[in-house]
Design a binder for this molecule. Sequence first.
Ligand SMILES: Nc1ncnc2c1ncn2[C@@H]1O[C@H](COP(=O)(O)OP(=O)(O)O)[C@@H](O)[C@H]1O
Ligand SMILES: [Mg+2]
Length: 312
Amino acid sequence: MFQFVSDKRFDVAGFGTNAVDFLIEVPSYPAFNSKIELSRYAQMAGGEVASTMVGLQRLGLSTSYAGRFGSDAAGDIGIRSLADEGVDTEFAERISEASTQIAFIIVDEVSGERTVIWKRDQKLAYSPDDAPLDAARDCRILHITPHDAAACIAMAQAAKEAGAYVSIDIDNVFDGIDSLLPMVDIFVASADFPERLTGIDSLERSLAELSQTYGFRLTCATLGSQGSILLADTKIIRTPGFDVPGGCVDTTGAGDAFRAGLLYGIFSGGSLETAAASANAVAALKCRKLGARDALPSVKEVTTLLKNAGRG
Ligand SMILES: Nc1ncnc2c1ncn2[C@@H]1O[C@H](COP(=O)(O)OP(=O)(O)O)[C@@H](O)[C@H]1O
Ligand SMILES: [Mg+2]
């Protein structure tokens, strides 16, 4: 179903969000206008696309990250976190007098579910004129969040012209969506988004409608602990989630990990059922620890979980 061009430096190039997260774990989610003592807190690197690149790198793929960091201390943390993992940062930029994207994330200790409060400095925004097109030209898959839609359209065009596939991590309707989505091959959204986008009151029918309208090869929604639903042509693949080994500590970045596992599965050349199982396994393993990246697994850990769950 996927055939990759060979003469490229990177398996996957990411263009989109990076962030530095302040994670605040609480015994239970606070009521409005209340006070609560936290259990623990930590500052860690995150952001959707940057975390997906780290996930892929841990799974043995070669990645590059194109995105913007501020000139602040958080920017140092963000860039170093990628370089330390082996993600290429040639196309990462520092913007003077800009703040790195930040998130305050409240994690409920009982369920591990998180609530995200974030801010992105407008100075980090790309226009189509300064989109790093060479990053899009030198990969087999371009993975994007549509944060700066016009720049993403230019990136997707460059990727397609160079023979790469385009993968999108999408949760919001934005101006230009109808120009971008026809270039997308792999569409992965959270459970509620396909119905919001189509106005159709059924997830399966929304996925089918999107797949037909835009011509995606893979159309997928993630369903939290319930796993995922993936549509390829007319085939529907429902994949249950995995129990998190040791219990679910934090779902921050689970969606980013899922996308890393899915792209890894596609590269591995196995069946789509196996790719979907790998995606859910990578995401469940991510939930073992606080933060978007700490518990992102190796291939060996994924294989072990699949085997232990009788799904290997
Ligand atoms: N509590 C959980 N237990 C096990 N796996 C989970 C859990 N929450 C999320 N996941 C995994 O992470 C993936 C993405 O989570 P989801 O909640 O759907 O994303 P988002 O929070 O970004 O909408 C799921 O498809 C699933 O594989
Ligand atoms: Mg979730």
